[in-house]
Design a protein around this ligand. Structure first.
Ligand SMILES: *Cc1c(COP(=O)(O)O)cnc(C)c1O
Length: 355
């Protein structure tokens, strides 16, 4: 006997990266930061602990103001959510369920398809070009909503601002959502375009570039009307979606510019060295503006390399679809972790040559 609504029986839910505890791993599979949260974030969290008996502010006003100030918008143009996954869900459920078709790339953040199926969205997955870049012209024909991750998930490749603006400007009656989860690692945010276009919504997260994946804080910025519409959905589901401690940590993280700059710089430097080393070893590595690289080796299948690395204590991500099966995605960790990883990749390649 199943009590589950029949409509959900065939759902294919999102598969999160492994969080294993059976041994010590160098964890490079879910694009978390290798660094701890800023001290300011920890101090703010500590101060919040004595207030846990009280519900949080459902508007998360202090954090909304901090983010609004950071991006030079008004606080009514910001909604805070439990990770950016939650605001993505609100956007799919609230804005993408109408008659209009939704477009997104066929290689991107896996959750878009999951939310689209869950919400019954009419969608089309647009193929990337052979070099894994987005063909902007596929998204400028009008009469379709669009969601794009910029930099794109899995590939790490970013579009520049004029390209994003071209998509947004193509049809003012279609909504364009730009997911900037990785923008801090080398992309350009399009938040400034929100003042110019009412059909743009920008999504960001504190999970990747601000060390708060475990605190679950994300947000969206758009015009006041779109944000108040998203809040209608939030208040219809879970008004207290962001807990006190997480909100406080997020405020501390947003305020600590020095720590943010320092950790971003280290990750970008590590990435640039790592990409060079991989290419020297015969990998094809896509140009990454994110905190991960997407790479394949002519002599070894992605799945085999993933499995061998896992046996040796390194977790990376492999996606088992025709288009992606040769690749592995490697998050950028600390410099010393990446050196251990390259040594291990060397060993694997050598053993292969001997076999
Ligand atoms: C990681 C990620 C998210 C979700 O992050 P949260 O932890 O839910 O904030 C959203 N979009 C993309 C493209 C991501 O890679």
């Amino acid at each position: 006997m199943s009590f589950l609504n029949k409509e959900y029986a065939s759902l294919k839910p999102y598969t999160p990266g492994e969080q294993l505890n059976d041994r010590r791993y160098i964890k490079l599979n879910t694009n978390e930061s290798p660094y701890e949260a800023s001290d300011k974030a920890k101090r703010y969290a500590e101060a919040e602990l004595t207030k846990s008996r009280l519900y949080p502010d459902p508007e998360n006003s202090l954090l909304a103001e901090t983010i609004a100030k950071y991006y030079h918008v008004n606080k009514n143009q910001v909604i805070i959510t439990n990770g950016s996954d939650e605001v993505l869900y609100f956007i799919f459920a609230g804005f993408f369920t109408g008659e209009k078709r939704l477009l997104f790339p066929n290689v991107t953040y896996g959750f878009y398809k999951v939310y689209a199926d869950f919400c019954g969205v009419n969608y089309h997955e647009v193929p990337l070009k052979a070099n894994f870049t987005i063909n902007v012209d596929d998204y400028t024909k009008g009469n379709a909503n669009v969601i794009i991750a910029n930099p794109n998930a899995l590939t790490g490749i970013s579009l520049d601002l004029p390209e994003i603006e071209k998509i947004v400007a193509a049809d003012k009656n279609s909504l364009v959502a730009i997911d900037e989860a990785y923008v801090d690692f080398g992309g350009k945010s399009c938040v400034d375009l929100v003042g110019k276009y009412d059909n743009l919504i920008v999504i960001q997260t504190l999970s990747k570039s601000r060390q708060l994946a475990g605190a679950r804080v994300g947000f969206a910025i758009s015009n006041e009307k779109n944000i108040s519409d998203l809040k209608k959905i939030k208040y219809s589901i879970n008004p207290y979606n962001v807990n006190r401690v997480s909100e406080a940590m997020a405020r501390g993280a947003m305020e600590d510019q020095e720590y943010f700059d320092k950790t971003i710089r280290k990750i970008i430097e590590t990435r640039e060295v790592f990409v060079c080393v991989l290419r020297e070893k015969g990998f094809l590595v896509l140009n990454s503006s994110a905190n991960f690289v997407f790479a394949k080796h002519a002599k070894m299948k992605g799945k085999a390399l993933y499995a061998l690395l896992r046996e040796r204590g390194f977790l990376v991500r492999h996606f088992d679809t025709d288009l992606l099966t040769d690749f592995i995605r490697i998050s950028i960790g600390k410099r010393e972790d990446m050196m251990l990883l390259t040594d291990e990749i060397d060993n694997i390649l050598k053993e292969m040559d001997q076999a």
